[in-house]
Design a protein around this ligand. Sequence first.
Ligand code: ATP
Length: 234
Amino acid sequence: MLEVEGLSVNYGAIRALRQVTFSIAKGEIVALIGANGAGKSTILNTISGIVPAAAGKINFLGKDLTKTPPHRIVELGICQVPEGRRVFARMSVQENLEMGAYTRTDSREVSRDLDAIYQRFPRLGERRKQPARTLSGGEQQMLAMGRALMARPKLLLLDEPSMGLAPMLVETIFGIIQEISKEGTTILLVEQNANMALGIADRGYVLETGEVVVQGPAAELAANPEVRKAYLGE
Ligand code: ATP
């Protein structure tokens, strides 16, 4: 579904990504793990078209995204849940969810999807009229995920969904990610919580200072002594 080949990104003199190559097949959960500043968010932001590529290709269903503007990338079926959620703070929960569907014209299906989101996230249903800023961190994460799902993405990009959440909530969020995957959405998951990410992913890539240093099936990475030492706290 997505093939990234030789992707390099610079911020001025900072070389954030160097020749990054990876792929995601339809239906997979692929995890990108690595320390702070390794370049994980930069990969997602480049796929979304927010950050320009200096070199390389990003092929999504036969189209090169490096030459495609962000709004077109959303229309093609890629949605990002950004780091730190970035919900629209003053808008209500429901308005945030409706914003997620802004490219859609099938209003009956949109309202059906809205009901489905409220079923999946009952807390959002209870708070549908509240401004998003009044939600807890976990609820805002659910809202950001719900907003992305309202676009019916083919590929969902999740940037650090566990950040700042209590362990029990992290379990809940990861359970929901698995459900979304089972329903047919392909997922690229960026996480510092390597343990949790490799627990639900099919495959993973480890990034270090802008380069892919190890890759493989998630179970293999989780068993790799170097990965365990560097990223799983051993
Ligand atoms: P984090 O978990 O902290 O988000 P990350 O692995 O996602 O880490 P990136 O945010 O992609 O890493 O950052 C990769 C490198 O690029 C880092 O050295 C970072 O300081 C730098 N960087 C990221 N965004 C910018 C920017 N807008 N301007 C300049 N440098 C940046």
